[in-house]
Design a protein around this ligand. Structure first.
Ligand SMILES: *Cc1c(COP(=O)(O)O)cnc(C)c1O
Length: 358
């Protein structure tokens, strides 16, 4: 069976070695030695100056919205994973969708200003499949209208834009370390924020608001992660360059073997060092997608319809029509892409697709 992704498992001895440290320390959570070490190693790996690791990639979005959203209208993309929209509603804010760019699949920055009202407090946009939003334009618009910018960068571990980590852009960026993501800790995530005061708020918010054992800075929740997850992160991180290299080979195989007279893939933004996190292809129609998917499934190949449906169409969302996002969502699929995917498996996938579309 070939799935859309496959969790990277480091050699079990590496994980066991990390576990030994935990047993020796007899310290299992509350920002222990392994977690602090993982934060340091990630800061070095990405060349970022700060990070707060959390239990998953949704909580940092919620914390950012709690602090910056202020129960207002949040301008957001309809083309993302459901967590982007559900977090807005969960934090009692209102999602205001702005359609996407048909090539980059990120929020169309040229349509943002028209959606701003006196109630708008922030922009929450996703670097879709690790492809950066137009961060410069978004920053300009945000400055002009005094809005905060939060990036759902769940897919963007290792992505650089203009020679620096994509996590440096916006007021806050969040990432997911879920088992299906490029870098993982089983469940996990992180928040990145360069402003010292804001970082302090985000930091105490993820730890019940504590200021020492008896005092509180303010309102908080529990976003801390345990040493067991940090142990997984420390075991996976040394393999990251290999993981990205292996994924790059898969992407290059698809690029040179799929029939792009008929299919399309995502356009990566200029000046981006991409992480090869997903391989989306766009069919000409949903019928074509369904037809190909059926044959792939019969051959035990399971791509995923990321993202479907367009988030403005979810039943609990009162969204207006987003024609580009809905159109793209109806005919896009992510192909299998992971460390160690074999060339003969890739040959089978591409042969089936090319045959079924022609
Ligand atoms: C995976 C993902 C999330 C949520 O991350 P979790 O770690 O699963 O909570 C949020 N946004 C996007 C775009 C994602 O793909």
């Amino acid at each position: 069976m070939i799935n859309v992704t496959k969790t990277f498992f480091p050699p079990i001895e590496n994980y066991q070695n990390q576990l030994q440290r935990i047993w020796k320390n007899e310290w299992l959570t509350n920002r222990g030695e392994l977690l602090l070490e993982l934060e340091d190693k990630i800061k070095n790996y990405l060349s970022v100056s700060n990070i707060i690791i959390m239990t998953n990639g949704t909580l940092p979005i919620q914390i950012a919205l709690k602090i910056l959203g202020n129960y207002g209208e949040i301008i957001t993309t309809p083309f993302s994973y459901v967590a982007t929209t559900s977090s807005i509603l969960w934090e009692n804010c209102k999602p205001v969708f702005v359609d996407i760019d048909a090539e980059y699949l990120t929020i169309d920055e040229t349509k943002i200003e028209a959606a701003i009202t006196p109630k708008t407090t922030a922009i929450l946009a996703t670097h879709v499949f690790g492809n950066p939003c137009n961060v410069e334009e978004i920053e300009k618009i945000a400055k002009k209208h005094h809005l905060k910018v939060i990036y759902d960068a769940a897919h963007s571990f290792g992505v650089n834009y203009k020679e620096k980590s994509i996590f440096n852009y916006g007021d806050v960026s969040t990432c997911s370390f879920h088992a299906t993501k490029l870098f993982h800790t089983g469940e996990g995530g992180a928040l990145f924020c360069n402003d010292a005061e804001l970082h302090h708020k985000m930091y105490y918010s993820h730890n019940f608001g504590h200021n020492g054992p008896l005092d509180f800075f303010g309102l908080g929740i529990n976003g801390k992660t345990s040493e067991l997850q940090a142990a997984m992160g420390l075991s996976v991180l040394p393999f990251l360059s290999n993981i990205i290299e292996s994924r790059k080979e898969v992407v290059e195989y698809y690029n040179s073997n799929l029939n792009f007279a008929i299919l399309k893939t995502i356009k990566i933004r200029e000046n981006t060092e991409w992480n090869y996190s997903y391989y989306p292809i766009l069919f000409q129609s949903e019928e074509q997608l369904v037809k190909v998917q059926k044959v792939l499934n019969e051959n035990e190949i399971f791509p995923r319809r990321y993202f479907y449906p367009s988030l403005n169409k979810i039943n609990y969302v009162n969204g207006i029509s987003m024609p580009i996002s809905e159109n793209i969502a109806s005919r896009i699929i992510c192909l299998p892409l992971y460390f160690g995917l074999q060339e003969k498996e890739l040959a089978l996938i591409t042969t089936i697709i090319n045959k079924e579309i022609s």
